[in-house]
Design a protein around this ligand. Sequence first.
Ligand SMILES: [Zn+2]
Length: 398
Amino acid sequence: MRKGEVDMQKLYYENPYIYEWEAKIINQREKDNFYIIELCDTAFYPEGGGQPRDFGTIDGVEVVDLFEENGIVYHVVNRRIEKQIVNCKIDFKRRFEHMQNHTGQHLLSSVFIELYDAPTNSFHLGDDYVSIDVGIENITDEIVQKVEDRVNELIFKNIPVKFYIVNFDEAKKLPLRKLPPTEVDIRIVEIEGIDYSPCCGTHVKSLGEIGMIKILKTEKYKNMTRVYFKCGMRLLKDFQEKNTIINNLNKKLSVPQNEIILKIDSMQNEIKNLTKELNLQKEINIEYIAKELINNSEGDIISRIYEDKKFDVIQMLGNKTSSLCDKPVILTSIPDKKVILTHNGKINLNCGQIFKEILPNFNGRGGGGPKFAQGSFEDIRNINDFIQVLIDRVKELS
Ligand SMILES: [Zn+2]
């Protein structure tokens, strides 16, 4: 608390477990269609020290925002509250999660100092994720494991967490990592005998209430490491989700959880081999169809309409056919409403030019180069007429 600050009764400092209370409205003013309320006592935490604001209601009206000015917490609601004495409630499930994760952060940061002399440079506690940035450039699995083991060992000892206000002289005697400016009375959150942190957040009263801490992942961030973790209820929820996934994988793959990765590796290998084999078979198949197409075609142009083949297949078939004979090849995919014209380059015929010339007459779009062109159509009825004109034009030119 800064000197000269208004001594509003902040219940969350007195007792962070208060979630319902009666309070008197001492001021209410309108601003931009919202009402800003000042209460005689409040348990609404307004945001600070990396911890987000509380959610809740005043006389059943949702508090849509909170802010603090000169030591006073202001509550923003979207309609006037007529009563003087109001019932206030905060969403304690959310608040308690913040308490678990905030205290968890103090503990985790102190263990990084204890074991690796690595300071925490920033802290994020959001609805999305919780993380700290620690001063370790290259973190290893071993470091993560040791830190995780140590923090949980301390949690199981259920060490008390205390808070108190000290002045500068008293602060000097505490093992603080950074001394506060002299004019400020400072709130210390102490994990008894282990960690002393200046902090304005809300905390659990003993480490056991954190439940457990799990480091979920780490990533390089500037020349530090961003450590993502979860505590308490959030961790339980995460574990429940992951356990459901693992159980489903157990069932789907018919292997115990420690063999899931092996099983997926072997399935991926199998898919790779099957894909290879399939591609080989496709090539053999395409060659067979191409030869049949050549043998069954009369005249100087090969043309065939396929009711069942997709564009990628007629494209491969076109390439193969034109590599095996010197005739222009016109192939049509009815499912994709596409037509291709191709040849092997031994004929003096510019496929792209012809498409550019006649496609617009049939509401077709496309184009291409001298040896290959493609056109696509909105309406299947235009395709037959287009092919007739295309054949005539190719005959004329080649
Ligand atoms: Zn803190």
